[in-house]
Design a binder for this molecule. Structure first.
Ligand code: SAM
Length: 458
């Protein structure tokens, strides 16, 4: 690995005597870790745990994740271990039901983690300003299966008018990516002092834009995957002085190897088993006017099609069913006012669960419904697929289910739903979203990864 000279000079100054240990660690392979979905995996895998996360585990080797149907079922997320430190902050500072914004959310590592961590009555707004990445975010969120989420595709400045709307905001900022050098050679090529300066300006601009949308006393979590102080400690100091916030501390166990600094927490590859990360938590201290959402007490009445889909959701009385383009969606009724408000303010790509697409009089079940943890399986025909057939399905190839009844069938692998087919008897029409399909050809000698399937199968 050839590191840019200016990076060497700057980081050597920052790390002093431990710089050579840091460089040595960069030559080692990056550890592989996953975070399981507690709403889909109910047992504890026998694996080395990520010390700062109750759902994070290291794998002894990196499997070919694409060929594991359980990944596509949202049973786990492949996530670098340091990022899972988010859990410590949420447990400490966001225990109650909140409205939270994840401003820079794609591809969804921290969003899916937040969905597992937040109080279930919370509403999480996951925003990504690059449109193509916002669709990937939505795919990963649908696979995770939670309904208390809204995905938007907005610029940070679009949140400025949402004055004091959020109780908590996560800014996982676009950064110079120094902490990713070991995993991503492209990050080394893109690195320059000028780029660090550009990142600093961008971070301050988006923090300033989003700041009015955070309530007074609200929690801001700021993180980057870079080492230089300009994008980290200096950014936090700037937030405190210019925007108005106090720094909060997080309890850490010395054995974790996390490095506390004057303005946050650092993860170095020679001290912690993970990639480079900086994370800080602040509480907003300045005062602002609170935005009041007008509550519309109008009784909600459902159309016939909306009523037809109700049996597919458990505890459907707790949901609002609504049309969204040509789809019927369901979202938690306790967040209905906030959602209706956000639908008018933001460029929304997804709210809650995509249930059905309306095609004339027909209702076509959606992948989001199959993958939802609120799906009422007792009202569905299901079929168990073996590993190879599951992969054919995920590649959008035709499969056959001769022993299943005709009509819509939920296809599962190891009891985890993957999606729907329409069974015609001699063949099935796949209803798996074509943009989600696995593009990789299955190597003829590929076999089921017994390690992952044993690990995650109860
Ligand atoms: N939070 C994500 C996760 O855990 O999976 C990773 C987010 S990544 C560090 C930063 C994100 O910010 C990228 O998805 C990128 O597209 C987005 N981004 C880049 N420039 C931005 C800008 N000017 N404003 C808002 N977001 C931006």
């Amino acid at each position: 690995m050839k590191l840019p000279q200016a990076f060497i000079n700057r980081t050597a100054l920052l790390l002093g005597d431990s710089f050579s240990l840091f460089v040595d660690a960069l030559q080692l392979p990056a550890p592989t870790s996953i975070r399981i979905n507690p709403a889909k995996i109910f047992h504890t895998p026998q694996l080395e745990q990520v010390p700062w996360s109750s759902r994070g585990y290291y794998l002894p080797e990196r499997p070919l994740f694409t060929l594991d149907p359980l990944l596509h079922a949202g049973a786990y997320y492949v996530q670098e271990a340091s990022s899972m430190f988010l859990e410590q902050i949420v447990k400490l500072y966001i225990p109650q039901a909140v409205k939270m914004l994840d401003l820079c959310a794609a591809p969804g590592g921290k969003t899916t983690h937040l969905l597992s961590l937040l109080h279930p009555d919370s509403l999480l707004v996951a925003n990504e300003y690059v449109r193509s990445r916002a669709y990937i975010l939505s795919e990963n969120i649908q696979k995770w299966g939670h309904s208390n989420v809204l995905v938007s595709n907005n610029q940070p400045e679009d949140f400025t008018p949402l004055s004091s709307f959020f109780d908590a905001v996560l800014v996982d900022a676009p950064c110079s990516g120094e902490g990713m050098f070991r995993k991503d050679a492209g990050a080394i090529e893109e690195w320059s002092v000028a780029n660090v300066e550009k990142c600093v300006a961008r971070q301050r601009s988006l923090l300033k834009d989003v700041w009015p949308s955070l309530k007074n006393e609200g929690i801001l979590i700021y993180s980057t995957c870079t080492y230089n102080r300009d994008e980290n400690e200096h950014a936090v100091k700037w937030i405190m002085e210019e925007l108005g916030a106090e720094l909060l501390s997080v309890k850490i166990d010395e054995a974790w190897g996390v490095t506390p600094t004057d303005f946050g927490y650092r993860f170095y590859p020679h001290k912690t088993k993970g990639e480079g990360l900086f994370m800080a938590v602040l509480r907003k201290t300045n005062t602002e006017q609170c935005l009041r959402i007008k509550t519309d007490k109008k009784k909600i009445s459902f159309t016939k099609q909306q009523l037809d889909v109700e049996p597919f959701i458990v505890q459907s009385q707790n949901y609002v069913f609504q049309n969204f383009g040509n789809k019927i969606i369901a979202f938690p009724s306790y967040q209905a006012d906030s959602i209706q408000f956000l639908l008018k303010q933001l460029q929304v790509l997804q709210v809650g669960i995509f249930l059905m697409e309306c095609k004339g009089k027909d209702l076509i079940p959606q992948a989001g419904l199959a993958l939802s943890v609120s799906l009422n399986r007792t009202n569905c025909e299901t079929a168990a697929l073996d590993w190879h057939t599951a992969l054919l399905y995920l590649r959008n190839e035709n499969i056959q289910l001769p022993s299943s009844p005709k009509g819509f069938v939920l296809v599962c692998y190891k009891n985890k739903a993957l999606g729907w087919v329409k069974n015609l008897g001699n063949r099935c029409n796949s209803l798996y979203p074509s943009e989600w399909r696995i593009r990789m050809t299955i190597p003829p000698d590929a076999i089921e990864n017994s390690f992952l399937s044993k690990l995650l199968h109860e």
